[in-house]
Design a binder for this molecule. Sequence first.
Ligand code: HEM
Ligand code: HEM
Length: 180
Amino acid sequence: MTKSAVDRYNMVAIILHWAMAFAIIGLWGVGHVIDLIPKGPGRTEVVMLHKAVGVIVLVLAVARLVWRLTRPRPSLPVTMPPFEQWLAHAGHAALYVLMLLIPIDGVLMSQSGGRPVSVFGLVLPVFVAKNEALRDIFKAGHEVLGWVLAVVLAGHVIAALRHHFVLKDDILRRMLPSRR
Ligand code: HEM
Ligand code: HEM
């Protein structure tokens, strides 16, 4: 592996990062819109789409974590203060945990509410039986974890923009497709 090969994220990591960022931000927005839609076929369609895309995000998050743990990745600039390096790593770790926990919680919320989860026709095995008390816990968890995600993501985006526009380093560019 040449040095330049790990100076930036590779194409798989870049495509996964941006496709999942787009999907997760969309899921977050649609999740909040669900409550505003009156009960009926329209709402059911939106909820089913939210669930299917959410399960796909879960599968991609597992694949991405495996990719992340088994591949070389670019290190942070040595000029970055140790506390900021720690914060960046903690933020990325938190994003991985949330990308896994939120959809897992979603599946358990639906199933404990007595509703099966299907991904465009493929029905998932049932992990929890119907239980209203559990459903309330998973529902609260889905909402709280969603807000934790919003806060961590805001910090993540602000950090990326600070690196690009204030510190003027390569951090954002190396997560973008190379023009070379
Ligand atoms: C829900 C949305 C997002 C999630 C879950 C997410 C998650 C992550 C994770 C886990 C990493 C670490 C990559 C790794 O080493 O495996 C990362 C890197 C990065 N993200 Fe995001 N991200 C999101 C949205 C964004 C947005 C909107 C921006 C831009 C403003 C952004 C900019 C970056 C950059 C520049 C890096 C590379 C950092 C480095 O070089 O060390 N991300 N992201
Ligand atoms: C990364 C993936 C996901 C994100 C970011 C996400 C985010 C959200 C958010 C922010 C809400 C609104 C919370 C509220 O205010 O009550 C929501 C609602 C909901 N989510 Fe997700 N979700 C994801 C995956 C899933 C999955 C995989 C399922 C089920 C298989 C699911 C099922 C639901 C349901 C049923 C609601 C409506 C809850 C209600 O109001 O009764 N979500 N989601």
